[in-house]
Design a protein around this ligand. Sequence first.
Ligand code: PMP
Length: 435
Amino acid sequence: TTLHYPYEVPRSAALFERAREVTPGGVNSPVRAFQAVGGTPRFLTAGAGPLVTDADGREYVDLVNSWGALLHGHAEPTVLAAVREAVERGTTFGAPTTGEVRLAEAIVGRVPAVERVRLVGSGTEATMSAIRLARGVTGRPAVVKFAGCYHGHVDALLASAGSGAMTLGLPEGAGVAAAQVADTIVVPFNDIEAVRAAFERHGERIACLVTEAVPANMGVVPPRPGFTAALAALCREYGALFVVDEVITGFRVGPGGWCELEGVEPDLLTFGKAMGGGLPAAAFGGRAELMDRLAPDGPVYQAGTLSGNPLATAAGLAALRLADDDLYARLDTAASSIADAASAALSAVGVAHRVQRAGNLFSVFFTGDEVTDRAAAGAQDTRAYAVFFHAMLARGVYLPPSAFEAWFVSGALDDAALARVHAALPAAAEVTAEA
Ligand code: PMP
């Protein structure tokens, strides 16, 4: 059955056609193409606070927020002012700058497990570099990862990855040489016995275990109570490093990220998204003794022409300075408001669903069962999500265009924006029930 799209967006459609002529699939990151939900991807022309506008002049309440990069919504005035001030002094130097020191100090100040941090350009680079460091420090080759976790398009970590790889049903992906994943051990999330078995079998070869602090690339799948601490303990027992990817959760679920909330201290952590304030910045960090094994002081090489870019560090620092207790309270309130209203609307019309939450991160699964791992996430009704997504879009609410992604709130979601979401939900739930 084909979906019915109850609206037209001729300008976005024309731009998409043009884009497809010159760019593979018309997009520079696969999930943007709306393949999982069908229809025409919106070309966005502007954002202001909680809202985005598309090329056809339609306005939406944005619950993607650049996949978590925007903590404060669009065009936050203080962040813009910081970027404006920085740009006047030049856009890049390839030499040390004060902004890098300030941003690193802000990260070290917020995250108890981080004594030293290296800035990079993307979350992919952060996890790639953390794994190289873990291998370099331990002298071991193998990496343990969880099915359904996404850590960027790092070859070794694309095995059973979440996000776009899962949305498109390409969990292994062409172009990844067998040798690149030969030392990747994939285990199911929330299954400590499976992890223990992997360590019993391969322990002496394992350089590190990498996990998302809260998996949010197969929808949101919270770790069971004690699971993260048990992973840390297993790593310690076998002399492997515990690497936690906080690219999504870092500075979003709380001032110091998820591990600080849970009281777990990983060996290495990765960050991205929110720490760049909407510009490209990411990082990896940990104890000094480990991080000092990086070049130039140590033997593990890692570098970047635009790493610590002055515009990105200015935006990131401004965004982090605005991320105070009041912001986290507002993010929690917005998440509760939307998650509860979505659940109530779907329950009212008898649509099987589960809202899963970890702090202010949440997603809606169209399934009656609890989702604890990738297999369960894959069993949800993705067509129901597509119908729901388009019904919300038609009513001015922009959700992630895939059932395997988190919904992202921002501090800019004011009463008027929340009211628009609340107004859209009952009708969208009804459309979903009838489809
Ligand atoms: N880790 C996680 C947990 C992510 O969600 C992502 C991107 N969504 C990445 C790493 C990769 O980050 P980037 O897209 O900046 O390379």
